[in-house]
Design a protein around this ligand. Structure first.
Ligand SMILES: Cc1cc2nc3c(=O)[nH]c(=O)nc-3n(C[C@H](O)[C@H](O)[C@H](O)COP(=O)(O)OP(=O)(O)OC[C@H]3O[C@@H](n4cnc5c(N)ncnc54)[C@H](O)[C@@H]3O)c2cc1C
Length: 402
């Protein structure tokens, strides 16, 4: 049976794994990505990922370095203002409002939003053009055996692969993490998120709007206009049973409920396409490394989709890992060795833990049912917004600055 050799093996070709493949290839490593399922790059195909990702500025910088941004830019909707609204009462009125404007921190935008199915299409296209990277799929990694100077990897077609470093981007139920015996800690919130697109009567003006109300936040994220019509992507977090009901509703009943929940901020909204349901959990791995292995993205951490932190945190991990491996390689050291991987864990784990905690607090505040907690939520938003240095610090922290 044929043997494969590569500098770096990426297990998992989700958005995170494909980002890693292009980033390591751009840094000059021979890189191979293996994914268990073929990438779905058509938005109308069954199983297409209809979520979108808001890439914050540091992530856009990484996509630029990887040579991906040039192909993505034309599809991206800039996010110039992050608007948080607090809604309550039977009339779905807006009780408090805060606009966080990127110009306050001297930036033209906080980031750019792109549909996930399109990201996959562009990323796969890009990988296929590279001479030092490839994607093999459908193909599974069934076992890894780390040794002192390499890792032996068994593939589901019987082939054996040798690599210096395994990057596990194989998702929240990571097989690699399990094989390495790395523990996880998980939290449940009793919530689910409904992800879908809407056609809006009014233009979004590049404002991303998060509306807080018991049950969880409802977020409208700008998408580019198409054929003169206005679109936004929606992530609607609700208690599990309510989210199940929303998924089952016919389009007319759903649009009615949707328009109450959106408080009319973008005029009349109409469902455009399918609705997908995602369970909401938070999860973190006890460490981000094992022998010759780095955990990345949901294999390392899962957080509720608030403040666009999930994949952005993963790309911050990736950026750190690329820098560490390049530095080791360029000084003649072992780029897959313990020193590099321990430093990766030491530098990224505290940031990951802090962001999971921050999003947990925001989510619990957004879910709050009791009047006292809801009053506290409104007061917190008012304080955060009303004090300029605090507001600017929050915006910078959201982007990833320490
Ligand atoms: C509703 C919603 C909205 C979100 N919005 C945002 C946002 O705006 N901004 C943001 O930053 N984040 C956002 N996130 C988070 C973001 O979507 C995730 O962080 C990201 O999609 C996770 O990608 P991943 O590549 O780690 O995992 P996955 O997409 O699960 O990919 C894992 C891949 O590994 C493969 N695999 C598994 N096991 C094996 C194996 N043994 N061998 C080979 N392949 C294997 C699978 O086939 C799969 O393709 C959102 C999340 C949700 C739920």
């Amino acid at each position: 049976m044929e043997q494969l050799n590569t500098d770096i093996l990426i297990v998992g070709g989700g958005v995170a794994g494909l980002s890693a493949t292009t980033a390591f290839a751009a840094a000059g490593f021979k890189t191979l990505c293996v994914d268990a399922v073929p990438p779905i790059v058509d938005q109308n195909a069954d199983g297409a990922d209809l979520r979108s990702t808001a890439f914050l500025l540091p992530s856009v910088d990484l996509l630029k370095q990887s040579g991906l941004w040039q192909g993505l830019e034309e599809y991206a909707a800039p996010l110039r203002i992050m608007r948080i609204l607090d809604s309550g009462g039977e009339d779905h009125g807006i009780r408090e409002q805060a606009n966080f404007d990127a110009r306050d921190i001297d930036q033209p935008a906080f980031g750019y939003n792109l549909p996930n199915w399109l990201l996959r299409r562009e990323m796969v296209d890009h990988v296929n053009k590279l001479t030092n990277a490839s994607l093999l799929s459908p193909l599974k990694v069934t076992r890894i055996t780390p040794r002192s100077d390499e890792v032996l990897v068994n593939l589901s077609d019987g082939r054996l692969l040798r690599t210096k470093l395994v990057v596990a981007a194989d998702g929240r139920n990571s097989l690699i993490r399990e094989q390495l015996g790395i523990d996880i800690q998980s939290w449940r919130y009793g919530q689910k998120a409904l992800a879908f697109n809407v056609e809006c009567a009014l233009p979004h003006q590049n404002i991303s709007t998060e509306i807080h109300r018991s049950g969880g936040p409802f977020t409208l994220v700008p998408l580019p206009d198409l054929d003169g019509k206005h679109y936004s992507a929606v992530v609607w977090m609700e208690t599990g049973p309510n989210a199940d009901d929303l998924l089952k509703m016919d389009a007319a009943a759903f649009n009615d409920t949707l328009n109450k929940r959106s408080c009319g901020v973008l005029g009349d909204l109409k469902l455009a396409g399918k609705r997908l349901l995602w369970p909401i959990i938070a999860q973190r791995a006890a460490r981000l490394n094992g022998p010759r292995t780095a955990l990345l993205a949901e294999a390392a951490h899962v957080i509720p989709p608030i403040g666009a932190q999930g994949l952005n945190m993963s790309l911050a991990d990736l950026s750190a890992l690329v820098n560490l491996t390049v530095e080791a390689r360029d000084s003649g050291k072992d780029f897959g060795g313990t020193k590099v991987l321990n430093t990766y864990n030491r530098t990224r784990w505290p940031d990951m833990a802090a962001r999971i905690k921050g999003v947990d607090v925001l989510n619990r505040a957004a879910m709050a049912k009791s009047q006292n907690l809801r009053d506290l939520r409104r007061a917190g938003l008012k304080t955060l917004y009303g004090i300029a240095p605090l507001r600017k610090a929050a915006m910078k922290a959201g982007l990833g600055a320490k």
